[in-house]
Design a protein around this ligand. Structure first.
Ligand SMILES: *Cc1c(COP(=O)(O)O)cnc(C)c1O
Length: 230
């Protein structure tokens, strides 16, 4: 069942890439497995999935411990500074950096572990009160400051678009994040390479791909509905 769902998503990714004149290889599919039991993750793994996204530190740790080592784990949820120590060096990318305090904590932990932690800056493009993330006009100064931290590398931007009935409504949100990434690239900030755009979820990933997403985060579309909303 997971295998079939993955195939459906894959077909839609390919179609969106064709429409946008993009290569399939430009888009990484992250299977968002939060709340799902490890046997379902194993099913996705057996069907070829290697990129998994989780939003809670404890759940992420539990799953890393029992699943194959060649999985790339993405931290996509809000992260508290006191939990940073558990995930630096065990995740390939932290998508949800939204404060300097958090960036500094990740940098410090990465220095301790003698590694460079790759991060994305979370941007609240639509300016929703209920969402984490920097405002659009805060992003450049934030990245200029974060670039000075020696043990983190800013690799791009992430956004969680509003929940909408019609995915077309989120097109301007994705276009704005893409535009922002171009503006930042033009600044040629040392130690910064905003090549990743993490945007698009089950409801709107095709539109996100058309607008330049390089990572899409798909949960429900692969694993089915979650029992509780998080
Ligand atoms: C849960 C979650 C997703 C996946 O949502 P779906 O609508 O199930 O695809 C993507 N990104 C983040 C940050 C999430 O928390």
């Amino acid at each position: 069942m997971i295998k079939e769902q993955l195939e459906v998503v894959e077909q839609k990714i390919q179609a969106a890439c064709r429409r946008a004149g993009r290569e399939r290889s430009e888009v990484t599919l992250i299977a968002v497995s939060k709340t799902k039991p490890v046997d379902l993750l194993k099913e996705a793994y057996d069907a070829g999935a290697r990129e998994f996204g989780e939003n809670k530190v404890q759940e992420l740790m539990d799953k890393i411990d029992v699943l194959p080592e060649d999985i790339n784990w993405h931290m996509i949820g809000h992260l508290q500074t006191n939990k940073v120590k558990y995930i630096v060096s065990r995740t390939c990318l932290i998508h949800s950096v939204d404060s300097m305090k958090l960036a500094q904590a990740i940098d410090k932990e990465a220095a301790k572990k003698n590694c460079i932690a790759k991060v994305l800056v979370e941007v609240n493009v639509a300016g929703e009160e209920s969402k984490f993330g920097l405002k659009v006009d805060e992003v450049v100064p934030f990245i200029e400051k974060a670039a000075l931290l020696p043990n983190i590398k800013v690799c791009g931007l992430m956004t969680i678009a509003p929940f909408v009935e019609d995915p077309e409504e989120n097109r301007p949100v994705f276009a704005d994040l893409q535009k922002l990434s171009v503006d930042i690239r033009k600044k040629n900030i040392d130690n910064v390479n905003v090549s990743i755009l993490s945007m698009g979820m089950t409801n709107d990933y095709e539109v996100a791909i058309e607008e330049g997403a390089t990572m899409i985060r798909v949960g429900t579309g692969i694993f089915g509905a979650r029992n509780y909303a998080n």
